[in-house]
Design a protein around this ligand. Structure first.
Ligand code: HEM
Length: 373
């Protein structure tokens, strides 16, 4: 009985120790390989293994050779010319790419969105600036036919260049997800060609505009009064203005002159890379400055186009028909109006105008805007 009992107890112990052993084997088999993670977390909080690893990599002599090449140190290449001589590799393209994909695209893109939203909000809050007391029905000449042609030539070129330029800058991010790779590829090729073709024509137009219209935009004392009164944009004040008001002069000198010339010069540097002086650095900086100035110019342009259309009643017809209502002229360009009337320009009604057009210009009428700057 006792013998049987002892044998049964031993058998149970053997069985229990076998089960525990099996469980210990399974647990250790799972736990031991993971112990490395535990040591990495608890035992090496400084990330020592990675640092040792990267130190080992930095001392790899083959990597050092490529690193030296990238830093432009020593060496000899068979290529000669203005770009790179005796230089295995250059970082210029990568630096350019980082500026383009980074601040240029993000700050530039959001800047344009912000300007658009600010103008929309301004319009919704203040509405259109109306002609006080309504139109008189009598008009005077503001822009001659060749001036209007020049203006709309530049405006159309600008819009084509802005659309194609923005498509090339933001196409990958914005257009590819919408139209797909193939459609974007065909469009991008067209946009690139159009941009390069219209750019030089626009450059000529802008230079002619600067030469012909600089005289209207010479700063005068009364422009400061115009700025002090906020251009009369809000409220009912009518600050003094010659042919161009203070705001238009800013558009002319900052937009058309400064940003225009910057965009033109950098555009030509990029378009004709073999002029002789362009290194890779000059080319990539030209492109970055070109795009930055163009984006700033587009921001100003949105303001100019808004004021010339939705923002001000009666402004656009000066640039389409060439004539503006007398009430508009007195309200927005009082000094210019007095000047042209003193010089003999006679405001006429529509009936008089049609009669006059049939008979030819009235004797003594002079071209508008020669003195009223
Ligand atoms: C859709 C686009 C545009 C619209 C609706 C527009 C509208 C106008 C209007 C209505 C005027 C006459 C303002 C007045 O009589 O006082 C004007 C003047 C002018 N525009 Fe535009 N414009 C546009 C694009 C452009 C572009 C792209 C440029 C330059 C490249 C430009 C340059 C000028 C200049 C220089 C003046 C004369 C004001 C001054 O000399 O400061 N415009 N524009």
């Amino acid at each position: 009985m006792n013998k049987h009992h002892d044998a049964a107890v031993r058998a149970r112990r053997r069985w229990r120790s076998m089960v525990w052993s099996m469980m210990a084997i399974v647990f250790l088999a799972m736990a031991l390989p993971s112990a490395g993670y535990l040591f990495a977390q608890v035992g090496e909080p400084t990330g020592e293994p990675q640092r040792q690893f990267s130190e080992q990599r930095e001392t790899n002599p083959r990597s050092d050779m490529w690193r030296d090449g990238r830093r432009g140190e020593g060496g000899f290449t068979t290529q000669t010319g203005p770009y790179v001589t005796n230089q295995l590799m250059t970082n210029v393209g990568e630096n350019y790419r980082q500026i383009r994909q980074g601040p240029l695209m993000t700050v530039g893109g959001w800047f344009l969105v912000a300007v658009f939203l600010a103008i929309t909000a301004f319009y919704l809050l203040t509405g259109q600036k109306k002609i006080d007391g309504g139109r008189t029905g009598r008009t005077i000449v503001r822009w001659k036919a060749y001036e209007r042609f020049l203006h709309w030539f530049n405006a159309i070129c600008f819009i084509i260049l802005a659309i194609t330029g923005l498509s090339l800058l933001f196409g990958r991010t914005v257009l590819i997800p919408i139209v797909g790779h193939q459609a974007f590829s065909s469009y991008a090729e067209f946009a690139y060609g159009a941009h390069n073709f219209v750019g030089p024509a626009f450059s000529v137009g802008v230079l002619v505009m600067i030469v012909l219209w600089a005289r209207h935009n010479i700063p005068k004392k009364h422009d400061w009064v115009w700025f002090k009164e906020g251009g009369g944009i809000i409220g009912n004040k009518h600050p003094p203005a010659g042919k161009m008001n203070g705001g238009e002069k800013v558009w002319f000198w900052v937009g058309v002159f400064a940003l225009g010339l910057t965009v033109i010069i950098t555009g030509l540097i990029a378009l004709f890379p073999n002029l002789g002086f362009q290194t890779r650095e000059i080319m990539s900086w030209a492109l970055i400055i070109h795009a930055t100035a163009a984006i700033l110019w587009m921001g100003l342009f949105l303001g100019h186009a808004y004021i010339g259309t939705l923002g001000t009643e009666g402004a656009l017809e000066g640039m389409t028909r060439g004539r503006v209502d007398v009430a508009w002229a007195k309200q927005h360009h009082d000094l210019w109006y007095e000047d042209v009337v003193a010089a003999g320009e006679k405001p006429v009604s529509e009936e008089e105008l049609h009669g006059r057009q049939q008979q030819g210009p009235a004797p003594g009428s002079t071209p508008a805007g020669e003195r009223g700057t």
